[in-house]
Design a protein around this ligand. Structure first.
Ligand code: ACM
Length: 611
């Protein structure tokens, strides 16, 4: 049997054409959109879970081309580009599921953009740019350093990336001296016409000096410009987040991302493996969480939301975690795990149904259209599940920090829960923000008692009792304003403003592009068109721990699709995390992206060439 499927955007509508060469009796069209759909014509909406929908179609005759017209139920989510078309589409006919071919050729298109401008004089072909570069005359031919230089992790990195060895018998000596004043991550690399030497503030400094050598060898064609590089990062937190809940990224992809991060001196991997669609970590304390939700689709507790299709997913074993942690450690990267509560917990609730108040008659709807995605902090079952889970997850990662989530609780959350009403009366709470703040503070205090610091999205600062408290690290994502406010109230903050640092947002307005658009578009230039310490907020400088880029996986159905969304934009976050303010603007970054394009190609990481 041959089925055909295509879809296109027309104004606010999505027009789908389904074709078959055999008659089909009462087929059901299953698919997902970015957010809740409604059916305008061509079928009858049946089951719907967030953006996933089942639409009953009339019998289809052989040779028929049947049109279904859809809209997003919430007008603000009008379709913007190909990523907003149906994903994971299939037909259910009786008990059989028949995949429909991907109708909107999934992912970024490989289009060549304009030629990158050339690098301005005085700039090294290096991202991030060093704090100081004092060139002298001449070049040093360079292939590798001699053994015993302490760069074994970079030898492994070079090998994995398909680059020439950075350590070789007969390589140049790299004498190392210690200079505490450079700071633990700082180094001063002297490149003379016949020799190298380095002063370092610590082991990380030596590692970053090695990364600089490896990179310059690649970007300078084996002839390093002579001079002195003095280099130390502006921020201690230089992160990249990856949403592995919506799309299950294989461990190999995660390890490759760590390698890419290492090349850019990024040092925090934020592992988002739990969300409405799945809980993917193979925890012992709550095995049903991952056993019941790691896969979603037909017959599973969570259907094929966000391109899950007939069945998709996977989970991360303890051995996978150990591998990620070990790789990260070798590359001077720490891993921040996230469990994501109280909202974005639809999968958790499906796996452990007792996490909602049975008397709750509220009808809150999440931003992505879930009716039941928030666990209830006023019932003992929630704490029985969360406390051991949080401690177990935190215990797997040497950072001793756990990101609790806390973003996007649906408006009016718990409004219908008698148990929360009683909690409010008992604790002096009024709003759902107050309840969330109370819950996070309690969870944070429990974790602090076992030596774990908590982190959370910006919303965790809300609440009449001061929100999460407990020295939590907060992530400012809707913009920088909430981060500034939180910092002024005493929180340490990581800035990850969507407008500049969300790599799932489309690069451009082009309807042929790919990606989300709720916070605008993020061409490469925008990734550096901001300062982590905004103008007028210099008072919070000591509270800004650093920066992070996020990649959310709602419309990713294969690992490789993420590559061109992340590169070259990841150059921007590396720049912001390391360089002094204002060192590299959009034009300069575009020139560096031209240089790095060659390197991305060499290491086999796809990049967006266009925008
Ligand atoms: C977020 O993007 N909801 C943190």
């Amino acid at each position: 049997m041959t089925l055909t499927f295509s879809s296109r955007i027309e104004g606010n509508q999505i027009r789908c054409l389904i074709g078959t060469d055999r008659p089909l009796a009462a087929p059901v069209f299953c698919f997902s959109l970015m957010a809740a759909p409604k059916v305008i014509s061509g079928g009858t909406l049946g089951r719907r879970v967030a953006g996933y929908a089942e639409v009953a179609l009339p019998d289809l005759a052989a040779g028929a081309l049947h049109e279904v017209v859809l809209e997003h139920a919430v007008k603000e989510f009008g379709p913007r580009n190909r990523a907003w078309l149906p994903l994971g589409a299939y037909l259910r006919v009786g008990k059989e599921c028949l995949p429909l071919p991907a109708g909107n050729d999934i992912g970024l298109r490989d289009v060549d953009g304009p030629d990158a401008p050339t690098l301005a004089p005085g700039r090294l072909p290096l991202v991030p740019q060093p704090t100081d570069w004092a060139p002298s005359a001449g070049v040093l031919p360079f292939q590798a350093v001699a053994p015993d230089a302490g760069l074994d992790a970079l030898q492994d990195l070079a090998e994995r990336l398909g680059l020439a060895p950075i350590i070789a018998a007969g390589g140049l000596a790299l004498p190392v001296t210690e200079e505490a004043g450079l700071g633990p991550e700082g180094y001063r690399l002297t490149i003379a016409s016949t020799a190298l030497s380095v002063a370092v503030g610590g082991a990380a400094g030596l590692h970053y000096a090695g990364v600089t050598l490896l990179t310059l060898r690649e970007t300078c064609g084996g002839a390093l410009p002579c001079g002195v590089i003095t280099d130390t990062p502006r921020f201690g937190w230089r992160g990249q987040h990856l949403d592995c809940a919506r799309h299950f990224f294989g461990i190999d992809f995660i390890l490759r991302l760590l390698d890419l991060m290492a090349l850019l001196k990024l040092n925090r991997f934020h592992w988002h493996f739990a969300d409405d669609e799945a809980f993917r970590l193979e925890v012992d304390t709550q095995p049903l969480l991952w056993q019941r939700t790691a896969f979603r689709g037909e017959g599973e507790p969570v259907p094929g939301v966000f391109g899950g299709g007939i069945r998709a997913g996977g989970s991360y074993s303890k051995a996978d975690v150990a591998q990620v942690v070990a790789r990260a450690k070798a590359l001077q990267i720490e891993v921040l795990p996230e469990i994501e509560v109280p909202a974005h917990s639809h999968a958790m609730i499906k796996a452990a149904p007792g996490l909602r108040d049975p008397g709750d008659n509220g009808e809150e709807v999440s931003i992505q259209g879930y009716l039941d995605n928030i666990v209830n902090p006023a019932i003992p079952a929630t704490w029985d599940l969360l406390l051991p889970l949080a401690k177990e997850v935190a215990g797997l990662f040497p950072l001793r920090m756990l990101h609790l989530g806390a973003d996007e609780a649906p408006p009016g959350a718990w409004g219908g829960s008698p148990a929360v009403a009683a909690l409010k009366a008992r604790e002096g709470l009024e709003t759902s923000d107050d309840v969330q703040g109370w819950m996070l503070a309690k969870l944070g205090a429990e974790l602090a008692a076992s030596g774990v610091r908590v982190a959370a999205w910006e919303e965790a600062a809300k609440g009449c009792q001061g929100g999460i408290g407990n020295g939590a690290l907060l992530f400012s994502w809707t913009g920088q304003g909430p981060g500034v406010e939180a910092a002024r109230r005493g929180h340490d903050v990581v800035m990850c403003p969507a407008q500049n640092a969300y790599f799932d947002l489309a690069h451009s307005h082009d309807p042929d592009d790919w990606g989300a658009a709720w916070a605008g578009y993020v061409p490469l230039e925008k990734t550096v068109a901001w300062d982590p310490v905004p103008k007028g907020a210099e008072d919070i400088t000591p509270r800004i721990a650093g920066v992070e880029a996020c990649f959310w996986g709602e419309f990713t159905t294969e690992d490789a699709q993420a590559e061109g969304m992340i590169a070259p934009r990841i150059l921007g976050i590396a720049t912001k995390g390391w360089e002094p303010a204002g060192r590299t603007d959009g034009t300069a970054l575009r020139a560096l992206a031209g240089v790095y394009g060659v390197l991305f190609d060499r290491i086999g990481w796809r990049r967006n060439r266009g925008a």
